[in-house]
Design a binder for this molecule. Structure first.
Ligand code: ATP
Ligand code: MG
Ligand code: MG
Ligand code: MG
Length: 475
């Protein structure tokens, strides 16, 4: 029969337990004592000091299913959510780890055995990649495992040299891909390493931890080469359940269905509404797990990411015609699907709902205020006989009132007005540049003093999506 998400999670952990790996619980989404990292973005994060040799591990091998968040910093998939069927902000990463114990050969053998013998994926659908300078990994795949040369891709740093952040443990990696078939191809030139579509789905990354990178970028070999692997649970579930994307797996589909029922629009009716449902499904999980791990909406750092996520989901609800707070009720759906695996979300269920509702209400107020200001701008333009909203005005709506550009364009369109988008984008770029220059490390404010004052006086003022850029420097 088909694998459920729960069965896959358990099969992975069991497989490695049988190979003497110690099963370790997921650590929280907020990394402990690590100001360089905004969120836990991979399974290795809780083991960082073992890799670096700063702490002695109590075991030589470990396996885990780690809660991950990639919405800021080096690994940021926030904008990918909705666009691809394989990226989430919150997801679960299955992994096996060796702390100076086994290395490349065993890591590759284990992975191949699990994928072909336990999950029984057909070999002809599988492809692998190695770091272009890593002849050793190439040889293992080719000679030992028997993968033909033309199915082993040699890729550069961008794809096959993994790093947790700008500093810290890193090393060459090797990835396993599953070919979902031609119908998923992006075009004639669809190929691993060349395109970024859903056909060749990256399911597993095997990282050969070999270096520590310091602030100057210098690589120092680790005393004990180690192994860190990561397999996205939702991705392998999409393959084993033979569904077109992560969103149709049993891990996410109930949430998509919930959004569809609530809006009265069938999933799949058109691309725009389906995208909104996927964004809502993804963001519901993210907000639930973030609040359970102690994050609250705010105007900076982690809280800002949470705020942005709630507002984005809320905005997509509006696009589906839902114009009242609704996300807080979706939290129950997340608890239903994931509560027995992650009791912390059940324990904090009431708080999660309360915080979410409050933020949804706040966002409504912000939008109302913004719409009022927008109406004033429109009046003024009409009086002057103009029909283009200047870049500065659009930017003010975006920056101060949290209006996404698509909403600005939509309102303008309703009023038969145009928007100076390139002027808007210029201001956006300038602001990003300022934020980058103002950045001195650590989580700090990168907003103007006036805006800060304004936002303190009036809590409904949202200080802008873009300030996240500053946070982007914290990996
Ligand atoms: P991609 O190239 O698809 O963005 P990645 O190379 O950035 O993935 P890794 O850092 O290698 O991903 O993470 C290990 C594994 O975690 C991936 O092979 C994939 O299965 C899964 N994964 C990575 N990012 C996401 C995400 N945003 N949502 C769901 N699963 C993910
Ligand atoms: Mg990625
Ligand atoms: Mg990749
Ligand atoms: Mg990868």
């Amino acid at each position: 029969g088909k694998w459920t998400g729960k069965e896959i999670r358990e099969a992975f952990l069991r497989f490695f337990e049988d190979k003497e790996h110690f099963r370790v619980k997921s650590s929280p989404l907020i990394p402990k004592n690590d100001p360089t990292l905004l969120f836990t973005n991979a399974g290795m994060v809780q083991f960082k000091d073992y890799f670096l040799g700063k702490e002695k591990p109590p075991f030589k091998r470990a396996t885990s299913c780690q809660k991950c968040m990639r919405a800021g910093g080096k690994h940021n998939d926030l904008e990918n959510v909705g666009k691809t069927g394989r990226h989430h902000t919150f997801f679960e990463m299955l992994g096996n780890f060796s702390f100076g114990d086994y290395f490349k050969k065993e890591a590759i053998e284990f992975a191949w055995e699990l994928v072909t013998k336990v999950f029984k994926l057909p070999e002809d659908r599988l492809y692998v990649s190695v770091y272009e300078k890593d002849d050793e990994a190439f040889e293992i795949w080719n000679k030992l495992i028997g993968i033909p040369e033309n199915k082993i891709y040699k890729l550069g740093e961008k794809d096959n040299f993994w790093a947790m952040g700008d500093t810290g443990p890193c090393g060459p990696c090797s990835e396993i891909y599953y070919d979902r078939g031609e119908e998923f191809a992006c075009g004639e030139n669809c190929e691993i390493g060349k395109c970024d579509c859903d056909r060749y789905l990256e399911i597993w990354n095997l990282v050969f931890m070999q270096f520590e990178r310091d602030e100057s970028g210098k690589l120092t070999p680790l005393a004990h080469p180690s192994i860190d692997t990561g397999m996205g649970l939702e991705r392998i579930a999409s393959v084993l359940q033979n569904v077109p994307s992560n969103y149709e797996t049993d891990l996410l589909f109930p949430l998509v269905k919930w959004a569809s029922d609530l809006s009265g629009t069938p999933y799949g009716k058109d691309e725009k509404s389906s995208t909104s449902m996927r964004v809502i499904a993804d963001h519901l999980r993210a907000l639930t797990f973030l609040i359970a791990d102690g994050v609250l909406p705010s105007n900076e750092g982690r809280g800002y990411v949470l705020r942005r996520i709630i507002r984005r989901a809320s905005r997509h609800g509006r696009l589906l015609g839902i114009d009242k707070p609704f996300l807080f009720e979706g939290v129950d759906e997340v608890l239903n699907i994931m509560g027995d695996t992650y009791p912390e979300i059940v324990e904090n269920g009431r708080l999660i709902k309360k915080v979410t509702l409050k933020e949804e209400e706040r966002f409504s107020k912000t939008l109302e205020r913004g719409l009022y200001i927008f109406a004033e701008i429109i009046d003024k333009l009409r009086n002057e006989g103009k029909d283009i909203i200047p870049g500065e005005e659009a930017f003010k709506l975006y920056d101060t009132f949290g209006f996404p550009l698509d909403l600005i364009l939509e309102v303008a369109n309703d009023e038969n007005l145009k928007v100076d988008v390139s002027g808007f984008e210029k201001l956006l770029a300038e602001q990003k540049e300022r934020a980058r220059k103002a950045w001195k490390g650590g989580v700090q404010k990168v907003i103007s003093p006036e805006l800060q004052k304004l936002s303190e006086e009036s809590p409904s003022i949202f200080i802008g999506y873009d300030h996240l850029e500053g946070i982007g420097k914290v990996t």
